[in-house]
Ligand binder design. Structure first.
Ligand code: AMP
Length: 286
C-alpha cells in the first residue's frame, strides 16, 4: 500500500482478524474514534496514538445514535476519500468504517445511560447525546480492544463521560486526553466549522476569547456566576444568536464550582452562531 493508502475494514469480523494478527506479533494498539471530515485536531490524536503504540486504528462512523431527529445527521460533512489520504499520510494503519447496519443490526436494543459527568451542560440541550456517544464508544472499545483510546479536550465533557464509563465498567483500556488544536486566530478546529459563512467564521473566535476571559477572571478571584454571566453577554454582543451555557466546572468530576476551591477547574461554553452550534473550553489556571 502506498503512502496515500490505508487498509479499510467494514465488519467487526475483519477488524478483529487484523487486530488479532497484530497482537500475535506483539504489537500494541491505539484507537482514535472519529466521525470523519478529518482536520488537524483528529490527526493530532492519531499522532499521539503513534507515539504510544505500534498500530493506530481510526474509526470513522457518523453515529446516528448521538443525533436527535432535528440535528445535522444528514448534512454532517462526509469526506471519506480525503480522510483515508490524510490518515495514511499521518502514518495510521487501519480505518474501521462500519455501516450503521453493522453497528446497530436489526434487533439492537441496549444503550448505556451515563450520569455523573454527563449531568448538565451538553445534556441540558442535547439529552440524547451522551447515551449515544457512550454506547458507540463502548462498542468501538470492545470491537477493537485497544490499549489506549485518544479523545480531544475540545469535547471536554465527552472526554470526562468516556473516562467515567471506562472506570465504571472496568473496560480494559486507558483513555488519553489530547489538547485542543486551534486555528491561528484561536478558533478550535471542528468538522462543523465548515458550516460557517465567511462573516460567521470571523465572529466564531469570540467563543474562545470568552472562555479564556472567564478563566482569567476566575483565576483573578472574580465571582464565578458574574464572570459566566458577563461571558454570555459578550457572546451575544459578538453576534451569537443564542448562548446555551457559559459555565465553570470541576475539571475531573464536572461538578458545579461556585467558588475557587483550589481544585483544577474548566470553563466550558456552547452557543449558536446562525445555524451552527459551537462549543469550546479552557482550563482555569493554564
Ligand atoms: P469528532 O469527529 O468531531 O467526533 O471528533 C473525534 C475526536 O476528535 C474527538 O475525541 C474530539 O474531541 C477530537 N477533536 C475534534 N476536534 C478537535 C480539536 N480541534 N483538537 C483536538 N481534538 C479534537
Amino acid at each position: 500500500m502506498g503512502a496515500d493508502q490505508v487498509q479499510v475494514v467494514r465488519t467487526t469480523k475483519e477488524l478483529r482478524a487484523v487486530v488479532k494478527d497484530w497482537r500475535r506479533a506483539g504489537d500494541s494498539v491505539a484507537l482514535v474514534p472519529t466521525m470523519g471530515a478529518l482536520h488537524a485536531g483528529h490527526l493530532s490524536l492519531a499522532e499521539e496514538g503513534l507515539r504510544r503504540c505500534d498500530r493506530v486504528v481510526m474509526s470513522i462512523f457518523v453515529n446516528p445514535a448521538q443525533f436527535a431527529a432535528n440535528e445535522d445527521l444528514d448534512s454532517y460533512p462526509r469526506t471519506f476519500e480525503d480522510d483515508m489520504r490524510k490518515f495514511a499520510q499521518a502514518g495510521g494503519h487501519l480505518i474501521w468504517a462500519p455501516t450503521a447496519g453493522e453497528m446497530y443490526p436489526e434487533g439492537f436494543a441496549t444503550r448505556i445511560q451515563p450520569q455523573g459527568a454527563a449531568t448538565g451542560l451538553e445534556t441540558d440541550f442535547r439529552p440524547h447525546f451522551f447515551s449515544g456517544v457512550a454506547t458507540v464508544c463502548c462498542k468501538l472499545f470492545t470491537q477493537t480492544l485497544p490499549d489506549f483510546a485518544m479523545f480531544g479536550e475540545k469535547d471536554y465533557q465527552q472526554l470526562c463521560v468516556v473516562r467515567q464509563m471506562v472506570r465504571d465498567l472496568d473496560l480494559p483500556l486507558e483513555i488519553v486526553g489530547c489538547p485542543t488544536i486551534r486555528e491561528p486566530d484561536g478558533l478550535a478546529m471542528s468538522s462543523r466549522n465548515a458550516y460557517l459563512s465567511d462573516s460567521e467564521r470571523k465572529t466564531a473566535v469570540a467563543i474562545y476569547n470568552v472562555v479564556s476571559e472567564v478563566a482569567r477572571k476566575v483565576e483573578g478571584g472574580a465571582e464565578i456566576t458574574a464572570a459566566c454571566r458577563a461571558g454570555a453577554a459578550d457572546l451575544a454582543a459578538a453576534g451569537f444568536r443564542e448562548v446555551d451555557y457559559v459555565a465553570v466546572r470541576d475539571a475531573e468530576t464536572l461538578e458545579e464550582v461556585r467558588a475557587a476551591s483550589g481544585r483544577p477547574a474548566r470553563v466550558l461554553a456552547a452557543a449558536w452562531l446562525g445555524k451552527t452550534r459551537l462549543i469550546d473550553n479552557v482550563a482555569v489556571g493554564s
